[in-house]
Design a protein around this ligand. Structure first.
Ligand code: FES
Length: 96
């Protein structure tokens, strides 16, 4: 009656590996669907960071996309061929 909604597959890369996602997903949704939960570490305490508010407010989901750092994964829609890296190379993270 309503037909099927079709969301085409989109190929994106995380840490150099091809992962599958669907058109219309945010980067955070695509990563979570592929079981990627840790997106970086906190600067002060070196604790794991990932999707928290999923609303663009907490800055916990920063990733690097196509070389541009500190992009919110929860507020960014995927695009074909996107290269996503975790935010682990932050120079301001304390070394323990
Ligand atoms: S999860 Fe809070 S800003 Fe993205």
């Amino acid at each position: 009656m309503f037909g099927e909604l079709e969301y085409p597959d989109v190929d994106i890369f995380y840490e150099g590996k091809l992962i599958k996602s669907r058109k219309g997903q945010t980067v955070a949704a695509a990563l979570l669907a592929n079981n990627v939960k840790k997106l970086g570490v906190s600067r002060k305490l070196n604790q794991s960071r990932g999707v928290y508010c999923n609303d663009g407010r907490c800055h916990s989901c920063y990733v690097t996309i196509n070389g541009e750092e500190h992009i919110r994964a929860c507020s960014t829609l995927i695009e074909s061929g996107m290269e996503i890296m975790s935010c682990r190379n932050d120079p301001n993270v304390r070394s323990s």
